[in-house]
Ligand binder design. Structure first.
Ligand SMILES: Nc1ncnc2c1ncn2[C@@H]1O[C@H](COP(=O)(O)OP(=O)(O)O)[C@@H](O)[C@H]1O
Ligand SMILES: [Mg+2]
Length: 449
């Protein structure tokens, strides 16, 4: 069932319950009120009759009495208790006798008397003060009151029905306001499902729905970005794999067909070997990246001193620096232990320092600082700096500059540093030329997570 119908049904049920309870309550109070009111009237009439009965002139008295009784057709009974005699009655004689007999023992204290299956609201009064034995009983059939009560009930039902319809209209209006953003949101989610990201539009809403709407749009943007990077990755990967393969194929075919001979053939074979090396490197790095992404068992942390790792990294890149004529300057620090995979972190450091050496003119600085529980390692070179157009996506796979190799080094470094709980960032040196890479690693303990 649609949400709006459910809400309306719940609202209508609630209103119906509240109204029915109050109606039932009022209905049951009503009879009491009617009886009290009727008794008041009977009392007035009884007093009037009593007055008339004390009129001196008998003829006036009789005529007035008869007029009162007959014109209005009052159920009325006058009896003498001591003589056990009904003096006057407009009631059926059986009822009159019955009431007179039961008066003293039973009826005197009751407001409603019944006889022969008929109930009456009554008001008994001692008739003529000098004779307490003469009782005048004024009565009204309860049926008359019930007619009033039923008329009231009918009106009440009408009010309830109208009230319910009004409440439903209000409820429909309100739930509509609530549900419309939801169904609009559903349409937007449908668009995301069909990957029409550019068509996703904001939905006017408030409160929690607004929050959900924001999350949905955020999710859509993330998904779009993810799909695009995946696409880019496959395009780049196939391009990177195709280039060496094509050159290998070209030389292989040339040698087979005798186009390259002697020295040329030898050079071709050398190219084939180095391209094969490159292919192997790309494939290995891609596999490593995939493993770092999925939490396969390629990251084995242990308690290590990161100062030792930085020294090791420098030892490992020393031959490269020598070859390039680049000098390494490092400000080492005392001790900083963390729970990381030493092999992987070493690999990340070598990647970054190696990049620095490859791009530097004369020197690379490695500056480490510890503040609070975070170690910062900055690798600064004096080369041309990172091309501005590469900077925003530098750490993505296959992003590389003109003299780049695989374009996977920084992507791998980032994956490793992030798995170690740290961050990595790149910028260009503000004081002149060169690139600055900063790795920040927090202190971690074996029981982290
Ligand atoms: N220290 C640096 N100075 C200038 N450019 C750099 C530096 N480090 C990296 N880059 C740029 O970033 C690109 C990506 O680096 P990386 O992911 O390590 O790939 P690769 O080294 O295989 O080219 C490089 O191709 C280069 O253009
Ligand atoms: Mg590199």
């Amino acid at each position: 069932m649609k949400l709006q119908y459910q809400l309306n049904a719940a609202f209508a049920a609630l209103i119906l319950i509240v109204m029915s309870i109050s109606a039932f309550y009022i209905y049951s109070l009503l009879m009491d009120m009617l009886i009290q009111d009727e008794r008041g009237q009977l009392q007035e009439r009884a007093l009037l009759l009593n007055q008339v009965s004390q009129e001196e002139d008998t003829s006036v008295r009789l005529s007035q009495l008869t007029e009162l009784v007959q014109d209005q057709n009052y159920p009325l009974l006058l009896f003498d208790l001591s003589e056990e005699q009904v003096l006057f009655s407009t009631l059926p004689s059986e009822t009159a006798e019955d009431w007179m007999n039961r008066f003293e023992d039973e009826l005197a204290s009751q407001e409603v008397w019944e006889s022969n299956g008929e109930s009456y609201v009554v008001y008994p009064i001692a008739f003529a003060p000098h004779s307490a034995q003469r009782i005048l009983v004024m009565a009204t059939p309860l049926d008359d009151l019930q007619i009033v009560q039923n008329a009231f009930a009918q009106r009440m039902i009408r009010v309830i029905v109208i009230g319910l319809l009004l409440a439903l209209a209000v409820s429909y209006f309100m739930t509509n306001r609530l549900v419309t953003p939801l169904s609009r949101l559903k349409q937007e989610v449908k668009k995301i499902e069909q990957r029409k990201f550019s068509e996703v539009k904001p939905v006017q809403s408030t409160g929690e729905i607004k929050e959900v709407e924001r999350s949905v749009r955020h999710m859509s943007e993330e998904l779009e970005r993810y799909i695009n990077t995946q696409k880019q990755f496959f395009q780049n990967a196939s391009h990177e794999l195709k280039t060496p393969l094509m050159s290998i194929q070209g030389y292989a075919e040339g040698i087979r067909d005798g186009i390259f001979e002697g020295k040329d053939a030898e050079r071709g074979l050398n190219v084939m070997v180095s391209e094969t090396e490159r292919l192997k490197k790309i494939v290995n790095e891609m596999i490593l990246l995939a493993k770092l992404d999925s939490s396969e068992d390629v990251y084995r942390p242990s308690e290590v001193n990161l100062a030792d790792l930085t020294d090791q990294a420098q030892d490992r890149v020393y031959p490269l620096a020598n070859e390039k004529g680049v000098v390494l300057h490092s400000r080492s620090y005392h001790k900083f232990t963390s729970y990381v995979d030493p092999e992987r972190v070493l690999q990340a450091l070598i990647n970054i320092i190696g990049n620095g050496i490859r791009h530097a003119n004369t020197r690379v600085d490695i500056i480490s600082n510890v503040s609070k529980d975070v170690l910062s390692i900055k690798v600064i070179d004096d080369g041309p700096g990172i091309p501005e157009d590469l900077l925003p996506q530098l750490f993505q796979r296959f992003i590389k500059g003109k003299e780049g190799e695989t374009g996977l080094g920084l992507a791998i470094s980032r994956a490793i540093i992030e798995r170690s709980g740290g961050t990595i960032s790149a910028s260009n040196n503000e004081e002149g030329s060169g690139a600055v890479f900063e790795i920040r690693l927090p202190k971690r303990h074996p029981d982290h997570k």
